[in-house]
Design a protein around this ligand. Structure first.
Ligand SMILES: Cc1cc2nc3c(=O)[nH]c(=O)nc-3n(C[C@H](O)[C@H](O)[C@H](O)COP(=O)(O)OP(=O)(O)OC[C@H]3O[C@@H](n4cnc5c(N)ncnc54)[C@H](O)[C@@H]3O)c2cc1C
Length: 328
C-alpha cells in the first residue's frame, strides 16, 4: 500500500477544503476504497474521513425524502419512510453485500463504488479503466458479468450498485457540493457510459462531495426490486430490475423501470417505459416492451445469456406487480 495521510473533516466546508488537496479522496465506510488501496488500484495521497457528516434522513416539504450521503446503508434500508413509501429502495439495499458491510457502507460511497470486473482488479491485466490506453482483456476474456448495453470498444465493465438501480427508477436526485457551490444532478445522469474514457465514471468534478440523495414523492402503484445472481446472497447482480407500476382499468398508467448488472451505469429502461405507457397491462405487452429495451443489446462470449434473462426478469417482475395490484 502506498503511504497516505488521514484527516477527519468536522463539517462539509472542512471536508471540501481538505478534499481540494492534491490526491485527496473522501473516505465513507471504506468498504470499497480500502479494498482498492490494498489491491494498489487506488493510490490516494490523503484520505479525508467524512463519516459523521450528512447523517440525517428528513422528509422534505413536497412529500419527498432527503437521505444524507453519510447515512449507513443499513439505516437507509431500515428507515420507516423508506420502507413505507419506497420499499424497492429498501429491498435493493438489502439485496447487496452483507449485513456487516451494509453497517459500514454509506449512501455516498455506495453510489461511487467501482466495477467488480476482475481485469480492473488484476494489475497484470490490460484495463482501460485502470490504465487508460492499455486495452481491455475482458473483451476476449471471462466476461460473464459484463455489460450488454451501452458498452464501448474500450470497456465492457458493469456498475455494481443495487441501491443506485432503485434510485434510478425512483427519479432520485444527487446533491453535491464543490468549490463552486452546490448542484443537483438527476441520478440517471450522475453515472456515465464508458465511451473512450472508461476511467471517467460519473459527472462529479474533482473535490466535489456528495451530500444527499433526494427522492421525489412516491408514485402510487406497486414496486419491486428483483436481483438475479449466481448465489442467493453475497453476490453481485447478473441482471436486476427495479420497477414501479401503476395499472388502472387494465391499462398501464405509470411505469418506471431501471436495470442493474447490464451496463456501466444504472440503466433506465426508457424504451420499455415508452412502449408501456397507455398499453394493456398484459404479459404480451410487458414482453414486447422488454424486447424493445434489449433490442440494442450486444453479447460477448460468456454474457449473451443476459439478453434473454433481462427480458424475462422485466416481464416477470411486471406480471407480478400487476397481480399484486389486482388483489389490493
Ligand atoms: C464482499 C463485498 C460484497 C459486496 N456486494 C455488493 C452487492 O451485492 N451489491 C452492492 O450494491 N454492493 C455490494 N458491495 C459494495 C458495497 O455496497 C460498497 O463497498 C459500499 O456501498 C461502498 O460504500 P462506502 O461508504 O464503504 O464507500 P467507500 O469505500 O468509503 O468509498 C467508495 C468511493 O466513494 C467515494 N466517496 C465516499 N463517500 C463520498 C461522498 N460523500 N462524496 C464523494 N465521494 C465519496 C470514496 O472516495 C471512494 O472513491 C459489496 C462489497 C463487498 C466488499
Amino acid at each position: 500500500m502506498n503511504p497516505f495521510t488521514y484527516e477527519r473533516a468536522s463539517d462539509s466546508q472542512a471536508a471540501l477544503a481538505l478534499g481540494a488537496q492534491s490526491g485527496a479522496k473522501y473516505l465513507g465506510g471504506g468498504t470499497n476504497l480500502v479494498d482498492l488501496m490494498r489491491e494498489t488500484i487506488e493510490h490516494p495521497a490523503v484520505l479525508v474521513d467524512i463519516t459523521g457528516l450528512s447523517c440525517a434522513t428528513e422528509a422534505v416539504g413536497n412529500g419527498g425524502l432527503r437521505i444524507g450521503a453519510g447515512v449507513r446503508n443499513t439505516a437507509a434500508a431500515a428507515d420507516r419512510i423508506v420502507r413505507e413509501r419506497y420499499p424497492l429502495l429498501s429491498e435493493a439495499i438489502l439485496a447487496g453485500a452483507s449485513a456487516q458491510i451494509r453497517n459500514m457502507a454509506t449512501v455516498g460511497g455506495n453510489l461511487l463504488q467501482r466495477t467488480r470486473c476482475g481485469y480492473f482488479y488484476d494489475d497484470a491485466a490490460h484495463c482501460n479503466k485502470r490504465s487508460p490506453g492499455t486495452g481491455c482483456d475482458a473483451m476476449e476474456g471471462f466476461n460473464r458479468m459484463h455489460a450488454i448495453l451501452g458498452a464501448s470498444d474500450a470497456c465492457v465493465a458493469t456498475y455494481p450498485s443495487d441501491m443506485a438501480v432503485a434510485l434510478a427508477a425512483l427519479d432520485a436526485v444527487v446533491t453535491v457540493e464543490g468549490p463552486g457551490g452546490a448542484r443537483d444532478i438527476p441520478l440517471v445522469d450522475f453515472h456515465v457510459l464508458p465511451g473512450d474514457t472508461p476511467q471517467i465514471e460519473t459527472v462529479l468534478e474533482p473535490g466535489e462531495l456528495i451530500t444527499a440523495v433526494t427522492l421525489p414523492p412516491a408514485l402510487p402503484g406497486r414496486s419491486s426490486y428483483r436481483k438475479v445472481r449466481d448465489r442467493a446472497s453475497y453476490a453481485f447482480a447478473l441482471v436486476s430490475v427495479a420497477a414501479v407500476l401503476e395499472v388502472q382499468d387494465g391499462v398501464v398508467k405509470e411505469v418506471r423501470i431501471a436495470l442493474g448488472g447490464v451496463a456501466h451505469k444504472p440503466w433506465r429502461a426508457n424504451a420499455a417505459e415508452a412502449a408501456l405507457k397507455g398499453a394493456p397491462a398484459t404479459e404480451a405487452a410487458f414482453r414486447a416492451a422488454a424486447q424493445a429495451e434489449l433490442a440494442p443489446a450486444r453479447g460477448l462470449r460468456d454474457n449473451a445469456f443476459k439478453i434473454e434473462l433481462a427480458q424475462r426478469v422485466i416481464t416477470d417482475t411486471l406480471v407480478k406487480l400487476t397481480a399484486l395490484q389486482e388483489i389490493r
